[in-house]
Write a protein that binds this ligand. Sequence first.
Ligand code: HEM
Ligand SMILES: *[C@@H]1O[C@H](CO)[C@@H](O)[C@H](O)[C@H]1NC(C)=O
Ligand SMILES: *[C@@H]1O[C@H](CO)[C@@H](O)[C@H](O)[C@H]1NC(C)=O
Ligand SMILES: *[C@@H]1O[C@H](CO)[C@@H](O)[C@H](O)[C@H]1NC(C)=O
Ligand SMILES: *[C@@H]1O[C@H](CO)[C@@H](O)[C@H](O)[C@H]1NC(C)=O
Ligand SMILES: *[C@@H]1O[C@H](CO)[C@@H](O)[C@H](O)[C@H]1NC(C)=O
Ligand SMILES: *[C@@H]1O[C@H](CO)[C@@H](O)[C@H](O)[C@H]1NC(C)=O
Length: 372
Amino acid sequence: MSLSRALKLSTALLCFSGAVAFPSASAPPESAQKGVLIVVSPVSNDTGIKMVPDNAHPFQAPGPNDQRGPCPGLNTLANHGYLPRNGIASFEQIITAVREGFNMEHDLAGALAGFAMLARGNAFLDLVSIGGVSPLIPVLPGAIDGPKPPGGIATHGRFEGDVSMTRQDAAIGDNVHFQDSLYDELLLYVGKFGDNSPVTGNSSIVTTKVMQEFKFARFVEDQIKNPVLQYHAGRNSLSYGEAAFVLNFFANGTDGTLSTPVMGSFFRNQTFPDDWYRRSSPGNITLIGQGVDEIRNAHPVPPGANAPNGTYVLDAPINSCSDVYFNLAVENLPASYSKATGVFKQNVDTLLAAVAKAFGCPVIFPTGLSGV
Ligand code: HEM
Ligand SMILES: *[C@@H]1O[C@H](CO)[C@@H](O)[C@H](O)[C@H]1NC(C)=O
Ligand SMILES: *[C@@H]1O[C@H](CO)[C@@H](O)[C@H](O)[C@H]1NC(C)=O
Ligand SMILES: *[C@@H]1O[C@H](CO)[C@@H](O)[C@H](O)[C@H]1NC(C)=O
Ligand SMILES: *[C@@H]1O[C@H](CO)[C@@H](O)[C@H](O)[C@H]1NC(C)=O
Ligand SMILES: *[C@@H]1O[C@H](CO)[C@@H](O)[C@H](O)[C@H]1NC(C)=O
Ligand SMILES: *[C@@H]1O[C@H](CO)[C@@H](O)[C@H](O)[C@H]1NC(C)=O
């Protein structure tokens, strides 16, 4: 039971003593850069149903230097200019964009954007890549998260993880880009378990039942195929949460149903479908949490990871305000954030508070790894 946690810890200690080299010559001291103070925007009252996109946000395919990554929601928003089309965004821009495009509730958006910024962005400059490493995002001041520039949300670990729907596990294949073979598998489950529609045809409506069966099948596949599968409390719930995002944010807001052509537009083309409406009320963490429970409880898969002999070993329970919060924001973020000063420190504190708030938890300062 506790072995995988022990293993994780020994790897952690190893990385700490070996791989981390700071400060790095390529990282200018904080005083040489100008930080950008993060200010959490007030809750907007523009949270009703409306057609998306509006005329000011036409689809435009990304250029060769534009960042796109593992999140179909953020990719779509960038393709329509709700996020900067280069795929480099601030905390505030992400919160505004996910509300405009999908009616994601303010605090849920703040937790995701805050965690992304702390896990894989530059919290001093308030910039995160929705794809991979970008020349626009330099190493953190004092190289306190290691000598490399922040990896963007496409970088495996901390946020991007195993048992995704349409991306492979990093240890198996392409964990960043849309994979036709996995999407085809999802469509098989819609064909088997989906609802009928007079408009889009029989077995064309994506339902909770579809996600219950598909998500379990994806876990079973990856548990066998991925010798280093990691499905700890944070990633476990995020992965089910992403399935709940599909049902709750991709659905047509007029009637809340999600048809396969609409889902295909988001996943395949990363475009808003024609004549599509965002949901009619803000989608918050309570709603998504209910979705997670409903999907996971059909075939419960508790947090754990594969042991070297290929057995899925369950994690010891986490005794904290929320095991998901604790695993993500405390265990998965670098303890070296405690070295931040000035604007950088203010931003770190603001972002940590944004993550804790959505979970209704007090802030616990990160104790996790650096430089990985
Ligand atoms: C608010 C800021 C957001 C951040 C920082 C974010 C970040 C991410 C990241 C890092 C992943 C990759 C996780 C993985 O599968 O390994 C992901 C996946 C995903 N995101 Fe987002 N996301 C955000 C908002 C949204 C929104 C608004 C939607 C839907 C409208 C969305 C839908 C999804 C879906 C469906 C996946 C899973 C893709 C798959 O499994 O194939 N996300 N997101
Ligand atoms: C939202 O608030 C603004 C001012 O803060 C006001 O002008 C507008 O009418 C409000 N909109 C709605 C839908 O309540
Ligand atoms: C769809 O299902 C209904 C009810 O099961 C059936 O009557 C109808 O023939 C089916 N339509 C198509 C196009 O297969
Ligand atoms: C994706 O875009 C192509 C080209 O515009 C279009 O032919 C196709 O129908 C779209 N697919 C979906 C699922 O929207
Ligand atoms: C969304 O629902 C409305 C009302 O039922 C409908 O007119 C529209 O075509 C739907 N949009 C899509 C993309 O299915
Ligand atoms: C979350 O959204 C639901 C509706 O989906 C609403 O009933 C509830 O009050 C919201 N919770 C919070 C904490 O805002
Ligand atoms: C596989 O390894 C785990 C962790 O070391 C251990 O608990 C389990 O008993 C082993 N199972 C088999 C079948 O060897």
